[in-house]
Structure formats: structure tokens, C-alpha cells
Design a protein around this ligand. Structure first.
Ligand code: MLT
Length: 240
């Protein structure tokens, strides 16, 4: 039976074999949620980059440049990591260079997997339906906060484990714990996440509305996938 595992932070990734596997990168608040919004808006491709300095160089190559650190837009950039920034119709067809505190860091560290896709509550059902059709084992990689555990990414990993428990074996204590955490919180995700360190951080920054938006479930069908250096929208077979 195919196996699904949960890696609680990128710092733990070296302990896992990801070659030949599908890695779902998870950064619910907010990188992977915002990336899903961007592709729903119609962005052409997204280039994850490591630093704001590198990101800024892409403005001379026609990219829209977006940079977030510690939850805030980096000085000199117009866009950070709020999902609301990626709903702008002017982004249709554009290429984005993106760097965030945790999400792009996690993507960078997952590159040697067979396939890297982007998961969020916003595309939860689409990701689960797609994963069911794959033959590979799956790694759910939580971006966490600066390589530490966080609640929201682990909750999403638990949601995926619960959705896929008939098709995949939950092969570790991390996947079992994530599933149990989701079962505990699923009836009031927003209320539960208000306990998280990120929610307290966002309250100080007066951006709680981002939390509520990012916890909506399965409102998008797009699945962003890594193709070379870029994230693009996965071409899915049309429903017939
Ligand atoms: C990120 O998305 O990298 C971080 O979790 C921080 C944020 O978006 O505020």
C-alpha cells in the first residue's frame, strides 16, 4: 500500500527519503495559500527565490516581485505574502518572483523529490483527488515557522491524511498525530488556529483576515506544480 508521511519542519527533511516521492509543500499562513490564489487569478508562473535581494533583480526581467519576511512586506516591494495581494486581475498572465520566510524555503529544500506540488486548504480536495491517482509515496512537508513546528501546516497535513487514509497507510507517528490533530480541530479550524503563534503574530500585524481566508476549504481546483525552477499550474485532464 502507498505510504503517506508528515515532515513537521524542513529541518527534519534530511531524515527522510524524498527521491521518487511526491512532496506536497504546505505553508497555510500564507505562502502556499497565496500561491494557489495567484494561479486561480491567472498568473503565468512563479519563481521561488531565496532572498529579497535576488528577488528584486527580477524586476528588470519583467517579473512582478513579491517579498515577505516575518509576516511583513519587505521594504522596497509592493507585494508580500497576503492572499489578497494575489487577487489583482492585473497579475493575469504575469510572472512572479517570490520569497517568503518559510514557504519558498521549504520549496527550495524539496526540489530533489520526483514531483513537488503546492497544498493549501484552498485546494484541499483537488490535491487529495490528484494524490489518490498517483503511484508514488507521499511526503507532506510542513513549512513551519523558521524550522519550528506550527499548528496550521500540521493541521492541513492531518486533513490530507484523513482524506487519504483508505488509499495510503499512515506510516509514522507524525502522520497519526497530524490526523488526530485535524480530527480534534476540524469542526472549528478558525477557532483552533487562533491559539497558534502565527495567529498572535498576525493579530499584532492587524492581518487576521488573512487567517480566515486561508482556512477556507476546497474553493480552488488549481494545483501548482514545480517545473524546473518555476511553479506552474498543473494541466489536469478535463472532466469527461
Ligand atoms: C510564509 O508564508 O513564509 C510565512 O509563513 C510567513 C507569512 O506569510 O507571514
Amino acid at each position: 500500500m502507498k505510504q503517506i508521511d508528515v515532515v513537521l519542519t524542513p529541518a527534519m527533511l534530511p531524515l527522510y527519503q524524498i527521491e521518487g516521492k511526491v512532496v506536497v509543500v504546505i505553508d497555510i499562513l500564507r505562502a502556499t495559500s497565496s500561491i494557489c490564489v495567484a494561479f486561480n487569478t491567472g498568473v503565468q508562473k512563479i519563481l521561488p527565490v531565496s532572498t529579497p535581494e535576488e528577488c528584486a533583480t527580477y524586476q528588470y526581467k519583467g517579473f512582478v516581485c513579491a517579498a515577505e519576511r516575518d509576516g511583513m512586506v519587505v521594504d522596497g516591494f509592493d507585494i508580500g505574502n497576503s492572499p489578497f495581494s494575489y487577487m489583482d486581475e492585473n497579475l493575469k498572465g504575469r510572472n512572479i518572483a517570490l520569497t517568503t520566510t518559510n514557504g519558498t524555503y521549504a520549496i527550495e529544500h524539496a526540489r530533489h523529490a520526483a514531483i513537488v506540488v503546492i497544498g493549501s486548504f484552498l485546494n484541499l480536495q483537488a490535491i487529495c483527488t490528484w494524490l489518490m491517482k498517483q503511484n508514488n509515496d507521499v511526503i507532506l512537508l510542513c513549512a513551519g515557522w523558521k524550522n519550528k513546528f506550527n499548528l496550521e501546516d500540521t493541521l492541513f497535513a492531518g486533513a490530507v491524511c484523513c482524506h487519504l487514509k483508505k488509499e495510503f497507510s499512515l506510516c509514522s507517528d507524525a502522520s497519526i498525530a497530524a490526523s488526530d490533530l485535524f480530527m480534534l480541530a476540524k469542526d472549528n479550524l478558525y477557532g483552533y488556529i487562533l491559539k497558534s503563534s502565527h495567529a498572535h503574530r498576525f493579530k499584532k500585524l492587524n492581518i487576521e483576515r488573512d487567517i480566515e481566508f486561508c482556512l477556507q476549504q476546497s474553493i480552488f481546483t488549481e494545483i501548482p506544480v514545480l517545473s524546473g525552477d518555476y511553479l506552474i499550474k498543473m494541466e489536469l485532464p478535463q472532466r469527461g
